[in-house]
Write a protein that binds this ligand. Structure first.
Ligand SMILES: C[S@@+](CC[C@H](N)C(=O)[O-])C[C@H]1O[C@@H](n2cnc3c(N)ncnc32)[C@H](O)[C@@H]1O
Length: 238
């Protein structure tokens, strides 16, 4: 074998090795039909220590499989378990300011009154968001509260969905991103959860907008005070 042949053989082996290594790398994608896959990917990319607070815990479906650790603190307006604190997500007085590394937020995304009216002081004050504009105002209050409770570089995972209400399109994900950035969050990542099936209502025969088959998981990072948000989705950043 000539020196040239040996060189070619060595190069071929090297190329084969590179090919094998590339095949082994699993690439995290922005879209999935599997909610658990998205949450696991968010945690591995942005939040390796797990979730500190889930203020809309409900039945804790995100954690039921055991693949995602239970959050350190759980709360909900309507608590279903003893270890879930009853609280409005926009008023987290039981949590010290700048003490959280991460928040998982999965709020309601449609207007209308809740079927189940909570009892006590909160119940008297609150039973749902009649209109989307009321829901958006509450989202704003929650974002302000989360910004207060998170550490610098703390991560907020916000699950949301756009909606059509009273014949009008309401792009909640845009409202949320604009508000979060105005408060000093950096929009670090965005995942799209696809749905295979959706209920088709009686009025869908006379469609005015596309039926939504997706929802979002937006990942925000709290910028340290004084740090300017160079990336701003509102002015066409990266
Ligand atoms: C979509 S569910 C969350 C489901 C939850 N991620 C799970 O895995 O089971 C929305 C939750 O938000 C709660 N919620 C509604 N308004 C709230 C408020 N003002 N403050 C806190 N939680 C609220 C509801 O009680 C409900 O449990």
């Amino acid at each position: 074998m000539t020196d040239k042949d040996k060189e070619i053989e060595a190069l071929t082996t090297l190329l084969e090795l590179i090919n094998q290594m590339e095949k082994k790398v699993t690439v995290i994608k922005t879209t999935s039909y599997d909610q658990l896959e998205i949450i696991k990917n968010i945690l591995s990319l942005h939040c390796i220590k797990g979730i500190d607070l889930d203020p809309t815990y409900s039945k804790g479906n995100f954690y039921k499989s055991g693949e995602i650790e239970q959050p350190r603190i759980k709360s909900d307006l309507i608590s279903k378990f003893d270890d879930v604190i009853t609280s409005d997500a926009c008023k987290l007085d039981f949590i010290e300011d700048s003490s959280l590394n991460s928040i998982m937020f999965d709020p309601p995304f449609v207007g209308g009154h809740t079927k189940q009216q909570p009892t006590g002081i909160i119940g008297e004050r609150f039973h749902g968001f009649p209109y989307i504009k009321d829901l958006w105002k509450w989202y704003d209050l929650c974002l302000i509260e989360f910004h207060k409770k998170l550490n610098d570089k703390g991560v907020l995972i916000f699950k949301c969905q756009d909606t059509v209400s009273s014949g009008k399109q309401w792009f909640s994900h845009i409202h949320i991103i604009n508000k979060a950035e105005s408060l000093g969050f950096y929009t670090k990542d965005l995942f799209i959860l696809n749905a295979k099936n959706r209920l088709i209502g009686h009025n869908h025969g006379n469609q005015k907008h596309a039926r939504k088959f997706h929802s979002y998981f937006i990942v925000f990072e709290k910028l340290p005070k004084g740090k300017i948000n160079k990336q701003s989705s509102t002015i066409g950043g990266i």
